[in-house]
Design a protein around this ligand. Structure first.
Ligand SMILES: [Zn+2]
Length: 486
């Protein structure tokens, strides 16, 4: 038995049983959104996602926290999406604590980040230099509170609702995703949920699940924007009504940048270029149009219960950059390390190539969580939601893990493939759900030491922003355990 498997077994599994027949009730839904853009004139705002010391100079469009509350069978589930680069698990735990006080009737709360690369540094990694945080703790505390108040407002506004489900898996959707690290596997599936009020027939919300890094503006831009999710939500709200909520999906190595994503700008007759507002607008608007189109063939689901399961996991950290950052206080104690299930804040001095002697945090694991949700209709699984605490490589979602010469663990076992274990036609995957552990890379493709995969002269991008080669296995085995639990 591998150490990792033992690690997964240490997981504490909590779950709620599906409702009993007597508790049956009609689906209700409520929604709320709040502007969470930081004030760039009051404080220095370090922008996340590219290099260090990129300071916001203005606001192009607002960042939002958006929450959808769903109730059925005596359970209330709240799904929140926030336009930031990521939120650590400890923030989500704090948000849930506040929720318990303000809305104790809520059964479960999920908080995912859209991963915008043109918003405030909520992880601390993009400050003035590698040893100083870019995180503004006051902003982050107020963001946590704003997420809570948005979730509470959503749950307090619930009304009887009709649910429609849609899925678009046309092969051409892959043309909106760029992948340049082998294997070239994408996740070109668009999943949509629409909630409409039963009484008035008015739109409540449209939830969109699509995969792609919101990084179209690139590292030179200094104006805050939600990138393509801004135009996506705007299109959906203008054309379909209600509140749009976007959840990013399996976004490991999936980008809007590069000429694989070639969208015609009708104003110029040219393909819109990277790092332009126009390309971000075209990506968002195009996905919005696809949402509108696919809803024309939606399926109505009479959801009468919600099954919710979650598992707390410990994943081994094997990235010295993160250990240095932890010891330097970059994460502002919002991402503690654990050893044997207990917080471990110890550090040691260590000689590192190029940086001399520096301090390294020595705790063994990161604590995180995976969730599995079923929206059920007369015992049938109508739709599923899973949370991924990071950026999942699409071959872990759809299959296609490949052994290449140069891999560090050429004989590593393949992790379970997520969609192979899901049961319904509507498989919502919420990337950066409740945590951000960076890239989740198949162990067989892990390549942190030369020779590089396929004889490339330089390293592939990926491992530097991953917690380690065993994290994807811990996460996926944890999820499969939840999915298959009886
Ligand atoms: Zn990313």
């Amino acid at each position: 038995m591998s150490g990792i498997f033992k690690c997964a077994l240490r997981a504490a599994i909590l779950f709620w049983l599906p409702h009993l027949a007597w508790a049956q009730e009609q689906l209700r839904a409520g929604v709320a959104k709040t502007v969470v853009t930081p004030d760039v004139h009051k404080n220095k705002v370090y922008l996340a996602g590219f290099g260090h010391n990129r300071i916001a100079t203005g606001v192009h469009d607002n960042l939002y926290a958006r929450c959808l509350a769903l109730a059925a069978g005596g359970q209330i589930l709240v799904l929140c999406s926030v336009d930031v680069i990521g939120l650590f698990y400890d923030d989500v735990l704090k948000i849930r604590e506040q929720m318990k006080v303000q809305a104790p009737e809520v059964s479960h709360l999920i908080v995912a980040s859209t991963h915008v690369h043109e918003g405030p540094d909520t992880l601390g990694l993009w400050g003035p230099d590698p040893l100083h945080t870019g995180m503004d703790e006051n902003y982050l505390d107020s963001l946590d509170s704003q997420i809570v108040s948005t979730a509470v407002r959503a749950s307090h506004s619930m009304q009887a609702a009709r649910l429609e489900l849609s899925r678009d898996d046309h092969p051409l959707l892959g043309m909106l995703q760029s992948v340049d690290r082998p294997p070239i596997v994408k996740d070109p599936y668009l999943f949509v949920m629409r909630l409409t009020s039963v009484d008035a027939g008015l739109p409540i919300a449209v939830l969109v699940n699509w995969s792609g890094h919101p990084e179209t503006l690139g590292g030179e831009n200094t104006e805050i924007t939600a990138d393509y999710p801004h135009w996506l939500c705007q299109y959906v709200e203008n054309h379909l009504g209600g509140t749009a909520i976007f959840f990013n999906g399996s976004i490991g190595k999936v980008s809007t940048l590069g000429n694989q994503v070639a969208l015609l700008d009708r104003d110029t007759g040219q393909i819109a270029e990277d790092h332009t507002w126009r390309k971000a607008e075209l990506v968002g608007t195009t996905v919005g149009q696809l949402v509108e189109r696919v809803l024309k063939s939606s399926e109505t689901a009479a959801v009468d219960s919600i099954l919710m399961r979650k598992s707390t996991l410990f994943a081994p950290l094997e990235n010295d950059h993160f250990r240095v950052a932890e010891a330097a206080g970059i994460f502002s104690r919002r991402k503690p390390l654990y050893t044997d299930g207990k917080v471990d804040s110890s550090t040691i001095p260590k000689e590192l190539t190029g940086t001399g002697v520096t301090r390294l945090a020595t705790g063994h694991d990161l604590q995180t969580e995976v969730d599995y949700i079923e929206l059920r209709s007369s015992e049938r699984v109508a739709a599923e939601i899973v949370t991924i605490p990071g950026e999942l490589y699409p071959e872990l979602t759809n299959g296609g893990i490949t052994r290449y010469p140069g891999a560090d663990y050429p004989d590593a076992a393949f992790e379970p493939i997520l969609r192979g274990h899901l049961k319904s036609r509507y498989q919502f995957i919420f990337g950066l759900g409740n945590d951000e552990l960076g890239y989740l890379i198949p162990k067989a493709e892990w390549d942190n030491q030369p020779p590089w995969l396929l004889g490339r002269p330089q390293r592939w991008y990926g491992e530097i922003n991953s917690a380690g080669p065993d994290v994807s296995g811990v996460v996926l085995r944890g999820l499969v355990e939840l999915i298959e639990q009886r």
